[in-house]
Ligand binder design. Structure first.
Ligand code: MLT
Length: 409
């Protein structure tokens, strides 16, 4: 067996929350009927009409011998790779070629899978708090030592994101080889300015480091000065891989479709110290270990770029960000300190004096029947905070707002 799995602390955060919520519901069947989940960032609104129409048409194509399709290209169908490269990048003046796009079944999967093409002796930096997948996949791959007493794992470089730095870590003083960046950030909802991203790109080029840039929430950026892609920064094509997802913009969390951009100009060092492009390695990895996203799903994703698809995505974003505004106002009205929820669907809230994140989780569950995510589940710098997800119906978030205000904090 892979002993590295034994190093992993407790369960993955969300299954652990699910376990606690189930125990609460089993013990409090009446309260369970009022339960509102603002924990995991899972979308609640139906798939856009444009997507469903395209999927229905694709199903019908597969129902006829003349238009039936079996295995598709492992990298994604040309029609989707091209729609992505044109609409998400080239139309915005960002250089990305169609064949630098690799369509996949999710950014979470790709964030873990990318380790297949990277070495085992890299020094790896993550933010703290951090989306747990970046850390746990490295633990599983044996890239860390044991779990540390105070949280985290031996061998990783943790970059604290605090109130003082606006929850955007500064570049480290030491040299690292790999850096995970997530903007808009999960869990804090912070965004990085152009100047901050320029500093990261300059750092990576200086140290020969690679930035793993998770932009799964880019559609939520409303501030026109905030970059949506790391490739808006000159030099990023030489040092960054970007992960994008249709989960949170098109509502594909269950449908599954995402993509990863690996520029052909991105090189990494071989064990012998020579520079070698990564694009071919990722292509090889996908061809060997993946058989592509279903045709029906890729046709659905393509429809997100149609005129009606774009309008429907915009409506979804408006809806979730309207929820974020309701939750922000309620939490602030209750006297709590709140960050995020402006360019991101997550609110990062300070627990009232003296409460730990899990105590807050238990109190919200017991007194308000609301599920939130404890900040400490994202890392030790998350202790003393909790995350509220804005992915919900408007009626539910309004009710959550009333319940937050009703508690005597
Ligand atoms: C979250 O709640 O952090 C997200 O749903 C996780 C994910 O997208 O995998």
């Amino acid at each position: 067996m892979n002993d590295n799995y034994l190093k992993l602390k407790a369960g993955y955060l969300f299954p652990e929350i699910a376990r606690r919520v189930k125990a609460f519901c089993d013990g409090n069947p009446e309260a369970a009927k009022r339960l509102i989940r603002c924990g995991i960032g899972d979308v609640t609104e139906p798939l856009p009409d444009a997507v469903r129409t395209a999927m229905h048409a694709a199903v019908d194509e597969l129902g006829k011998r003349e238009t039936f399709r079996g295995y598709g290209p492992e990298q994604g169908y040309e029609f989707l790779r091209s729609a992505i490269a044109v609409n998400d990048f080239r139309a915005k003046g960002i250089e990305v070629a169609d064949d630098e796009i690799f369509v996949s079944d999710g950014s979470k999967c790709d964030c873990g899978n990318i380790l297949d093409i990277l070495g085992n002796r890299n020094r790896i930096a993550v933010m703290d708090p951090v989306y747990p997948v970046y850390v746990d996949t490295n633990v599983m791959a044996g890239h860390t030592g044991d779990a540390l007493e105070g949280g985290g794992y031996e061998g990783l470089v943790y970059l604290p994101c605090t109130e003082a730095n606006g929850f955007v870590a500064d570049v480290p003083t030491e040299a690292v080889d790999l850096v995970y960046l997530c903007f808009p950030n999960n869990p804090t909802g912070s965004v990085a300015t152009r100047a901050q991203l320029e500093a990261w790109v300059a750092y990576a080029l200086r140290h020969g480091a690679i930035l793993l840039f998770d932009a799964a929430y880019e559609a939520y950026i409303s501030d026109p000065s905030i970059p949506h892609s790391i490739y808006e920064i000159p030099g990023a094509r030489e040092c960054a891989i970007e992960f994008r997802s249709f989960s949170k913009n098109g509502g594909f969390t269950g449908t599954r479709c995402a993509y990863t951009v690996v520029p052909k100009s991105l090189k990494a060092r071989t064990g012998a110290g020579e520079l070698h492009p990564l694009h071919g390695l990722w292509n090889r990895r996908m061809s060997t270990k993946f058989n592509g996203v279903p045709y029906i799903v890729q046709r659905g994703a393509e429809a997100l770029y149609s005129e009606s698809g774009r309008a429907q995505v915009a409506d979804l974003i408006t809806h979730y960000m309207g929820n974020a505004a309701v939750l922000r106002e309620a939490a602030q009205g209750a006297g709590l300190s709140v960050w995020g929820g402006v360019n991101a669907p997550y609110l990062w809230v300070k627990t009232p004096a003296g409460m730990t994140s899990w105590e807050m989780f238990d109190r919200m569950l017991a007194e308000a029947a609301v599920v939130i995510t404890p900040g400490s589940g994202f890392g030790s710098a998350g202790e003393g905070y909790f995350r509220i997800s804005a992915f919900n119906s408007r009626a539910n978030v309004e009710e959550v707002g009333r319940r937050i205000r009703a508690i005597a904090w």
